[in-house]
Design a protein around this ligand. Structure first.
Ligand SMILES: [Zn+2]
Length: 381
């Protein structure tokens, strides 16, 4: 029958179109359940700052305001926050960040790593920061950063019940803590309460490392960057020198990035868009990374000795990023620095020590350095 033949043909076409759409969806890194509110533009990045560091107020705030950037500041009263007002913000300063339009996020009262053992204390830890926010006229946070980047899936229902909509972890377990690397957030594939960091700023980062973190985003994914102090005297292993930070922000401005706070993800993806198995995408990436690690090209940044040396790259990196792009960025970068009147010398971190090479070294430093008084479970920043 011709009509039956036509119906079969139409059905085949519909099936073919459906399969094509599924393939395209997969190619762009989202699963079939992803429902974006609007397409994610190419040049978008989320900026986050952890640990209530003084330089968030004195250095990051004026620069971000000048550039028109948004950001999230994750607040903890851990370490020696209550007594050391030279290295940590006051609540009045945190309130000022909120008044400026920045997002204030929760980083737990005691900088408590969220593990199987500590998950029972999560509610109390978050509520303490919520209460401080209420007392200072700051809305109760809807975003969380896991202290020490330690997370446990048992905490997810607790976070949801406390109104946390987005939670940022580190680059681990896909990358080790020491690497400071990570992956871009893939809306729909990543659970909104397990958003990975695409990069975790370190003292030896150069502009190449920064652009490498940005470059981890593919179509439809968003790089979420993690910083601590800029500079950070109390946590030198995650210090970002001021001059370096200015160069990163200048790069974002020069390249027309939309710079967002974590809560701004709401524009693109609702918190109802989440995978059934939060761990699945993480396991898949680890498997893929294991398969690709032997052939992965490694870019070794030159030592950050100052000036134009910071923009020198190895031959391998030139091939990866394109020397033309880097040289153009370097000149534009300098021009914008002058334009923004930000070309001040770096503020050296007093008592700065080189970043420890291993977790053991890091933990040994913390246990002997006296900087992690009230940090429990997982003392890393
Ligand atoms: Zn922290």
């Amino acid at each position: 029958m011709p009509s039956a033949f036509l119906r079969r043909r139409e059905l085949s076409l519909v099936l073919l179109l459906y399969l094509l759409l599924c393939c395209l969806n997969h190619a762009f890194g989202a699963d079939a359940s992803t429902k974006l509110r609007q397409p994610v533009p190419t040049n978008v990045v989320v900026l986050t700052f952890d640990d209530s560091v003084k330089s968030h107020f004195t250095v990051a705030r004026p620069l971000l305001k000048k550039l028109g950037f948004h950001a999230t500041f994750f607040i903890t009263e851990g370490f020696d926050f209550p007594t050391n007002k030279q290295d940590y913000m006051t609540w009045e300063e945190i309130r000022q960040l909120h008044d400026d339009g920045f997002e204030i996020g929760n980083h737990t009262r005691d900088h408590m790593g969220i593990t199987a053992k500590s998950v029972g204390k999560v509610r109390e830890q978050l509520e303490a920061i919520n209460e401080r926010c209420r007392a200072h006229g700051i809305p109760v946070p809807v975003s969380l950063a896991y202290p020490g980047n330690a997370f446990h899936v048992d905490a997810l229902p607790i976070l949801e019940s406390m109104g946390i909509r987005y939670a940022r972890r580190g680059g681990s377990p896909e990358y080790t803590y020491e690497e400071g690397g990570g992956v871009a957030y893939e809306p729909g594939r990543d659970h909104p309460l397990l958003i990975p960091s695409a990069g975790d700023g370190r003292p030896n980062w150069s502009l190449v490392d920064f652009t490498k973190a940005l470059g981890r985003a593919r179509a439809g994914s968003i790089p979420v960057l993690q910083f601590h102090g800029v500079p950070d005297r109390a946590h030198p292993w995650v210090n970002t020198p001021t001059e370096q930070f200015v160069s990163y922000m200048t790069y974002l401005k020069t390249n027309n990035y939309a710079v967002l706070a974590l809560r701004d993800l709401e524009r693109y993806v609702g918190t109802d868009t989440k995978p059934a198995n939060p761990q699945a995408v993480i396991d898949e990436r680890i498997k893929q990374r294991g398969r690709g690690s032997s052939t992965r090209s490694r870019c070794v940044s030159p030592p950050a000795t100052g000036g134009s040396d910071k923009l020198r790259v190895t031959d391998q990196c030139s091939r990866t990023f394109g020397p033309r792009l880097l040289s153009r960025s370097a000149s534009e970068h300098k021009a914008t620095l002058v334009q923004l009147d930000c070309a001040r010398p770096a503020v050296p971190a007093a008592g700065h020590r080189p970043a420890p090479r291993s977790r053991m070294a890091l933990e040994s430093r913390i246990s002997t350095g006296g900087t992690a008084r009230s940090s429990i479970e997982n003392p890393k920043s």
